[in-house]
Each structure stands twice: as structure tokens, then as C-alpha cells.
Design a protein around this ligand. Structure first.
Ligand code: HEC
Length: 239
């Protein structure tokens, strides 16, 4: 009987400890973080306070996403992009995320953009952070650094094999509409498709509103601001 109690105790610990460390503790720790307030400063760099000693908050850091980026985020969630793409750059001390240019921190002085590991505060700027499950495709935290134009991004969504013949990313053609060219000529938004993918003569392929919103969202994915847990914004975090 005594043995059985010891067995039960170990059983409870075996399941309980990971449950606490992996779920409960991080939830308690992360659920209370908030964007840092940025206060109005006077010309001497001192915080402007009212009679009660409260500062005047002019903005929050990091700034919250809005508009079509939020709509694009919802499409990203709906289409299950997070099944194959993460948005999380781990610390170089614990993982090898830095091997890919502009994915993790860049150690190459020729790199066009400096990047850093992501921080829990980065996700405060998003309505539904899509950290992702695994990486069949690359990490997208900084994908906007790698894309020069929206057109390039649209072509990737229409068919990722245009640029990378071995890609196994599914084509998202249903986010595009093939329609008859009307008026003077093809629309400026028409995709430059060639070869087998080119539409029939007299037709053009244009992005739907969903595709435009998704691209707005993807083109905003870049951590081009300082670490939000250590902002260099004067006055932030005071009080
Ligand atoms: C079945 C897995 C899978 C799904 C689902 C998927 N992708 Fe991909 N994605 C990939 C792979 C693999 C690549 C790498 C393609 C290549 O070889 O360049 C990729 C590449 C990309 C890239 C280029 C990344 C870079 O670093 O240049 C973007 C952007 C992208 N995907 C966006 C999306 C979006 C948006 C969705 C959802 C609408 C999505 N993906 C869904 C597998 C996937």
C-alpha cells in the first residue's frame, strides 16, 4: 500500500510538473505584460505631469497593428499558414535560428538588415499572434526584409514553384480572380504570369481583397524596431 502511494505521488509529479512548467507558469508570466507607455516630455526631456503627478501618455510601444494588416492576419490564420511557418526567432544561445540570413540575428557585417530574437512584447502589436507549430517553410518574422515588392509576394502565393521549382507550399490560387480584360488594357494589379500559368488571351489574373490584405500583413512582418522590452524611447517606462 505504501508503495502504491509513492507510485501515485511520482505519477502526479511526472504529469503535474511539466504541465505547470510548460503551461501554467508561462501563462501566468506572459498574461500580465502590456505595451510600455510613452510619455510626453517637455523641452528639457522631463516628463510632463498633471496636478496628480500622472504623465501624459502619447503612444504605446510597440505600436498596435490595425486596418488591412489585421484583416490579413485573420486570413493567415484561416488558411493555416502557421501549420508550416513559424514567427518566432529563438535566442542564439538556445537554438540555431541564426543560420538563415535575416531570420535570426545576423552575424555577417554585410547583411542588409540587423535582426534579433523575438521577444514576448513583439506579439503585443498583434491581435492574434501566430507563433506557429513547425517549420516546413521558413520563419516569417522578418519575411518583409526578403521581399522587394508586393508583386513578388503575390506570385509566391499564386504558385510558389514559379521562383522555387522544388517548393511544396500549396498554391493559393483561390485568392486570385481570372477575369476578362476590359477597357483600355490589363489592370495594373494583374499578375505577370508566363508560360503554363499565363491566362488565356484577353484574360488577366488579379488579386482579390483577401490576397491584398494577406500581402499587406506579410509585407509588414519585419522587426525593424528596437527590442520592445528595452525601448530607447525617451520617457518610456518611467513612473
Ligand atoms: C504545406 C506547408 C506550407 C503551407 C501550408 C504554407 N507554406 Fe509558405 N512555404 C512553405 C515552404 C516549404 C516554403 C519554402 C519555399 C521555397 O522553397 O522557397 C514556403 C515559403 C513561403 C514564403 C517565402 C519565405 C521566405 O523566407 O522567403 C512565404 C512568404 C510564405 N511561404 C507564405 C505563406 C503563407 C502566407 C501561407 C498561407 C496562406 C503559407 N505560406 C502556407 C510551406 C508552406
Amino acid at each position: 500500500m505504501n508503495q502504491f502511494r509513492v507510485f501515485l505521488l511520482w505519477l502526479a509529479l511526472t504529469f503535474g510538473l511539466p504541465w505547470f512548467v510548460l503551461l501554467i507558469w508561462p501563462t501566468l508570466k506572459m498574461s500580465s505584460i502590456e505595451p510600455l507607455p510613452v510619455y510626453e516630455l517637455d523641452e528639457k526631456g522631463k516628463k510632463v505631469v498633471d496636478d496628480n503627478g500622472n504623465g501624459n501618455i502619447v503612444s504605446y510601444y510597440p505600436p498596435l497593428a490595425s486596418g488591412s494588416k489585421t484583416a490579413g492576419e485573420a486570413i493567415y490564420v484561416r488558411e493555416g499558414c502557421a501549420q508550416c511557418h513559424s514567427q518566432l526567432i529563438r535566442d542564439p544561445r538556445v537554438a540555431m535560428d541564426s543560420y538563415k540570413r535575416e531570420w535570426g540575428p545576423v552575424f555577417d557585417s554585410m547583411a542588409p538588415q540587423e535582426t534579433r530574437p523575438t521577444n514576448p512584447r513583439d506579439y503585443l502589436a498583434e491581435h492574434h499572434p501566430v507563433i506557429g507549430l513547425r517549420r516546413l517553410g521558413g520563419d516569417l518574422s522578418n519575411v518583409a526584409f526578403r521581399y522587394g515588392s508586393r508583386e513578388q509576394m503575390h506570385l509566391l502565393l499564386y504558385d510558389s514553384r514559379i521562383a522555387q521549382p522544388a517548393s511544396n507550399m500549396p498554391p493559393y490560387r483561390f485568392l486570385y480572380e481570372t477575369r476578362k480584360i476590359e477597357g483600355k488594357g490589363p489592370s495594373l494589379r494583374a499578375l505577370a504570369l508566363t508560360g503554363e500559368l499565363a491566362p488565356e488571351a484577353g484574360y488577366e489574373v488579379i488579386p482579390t481583397g483577401d490576397a491584398e490584405a494577406l500581402v499587406d500583413y506579410l509585407m509588414a512582418l519585419k522587426k525593424n524596431y528596437t527590442d520592445p522590452s528595452r525601448p530607447v524611447v525617451a520617457g518610456a517606462g518611467a513612473n
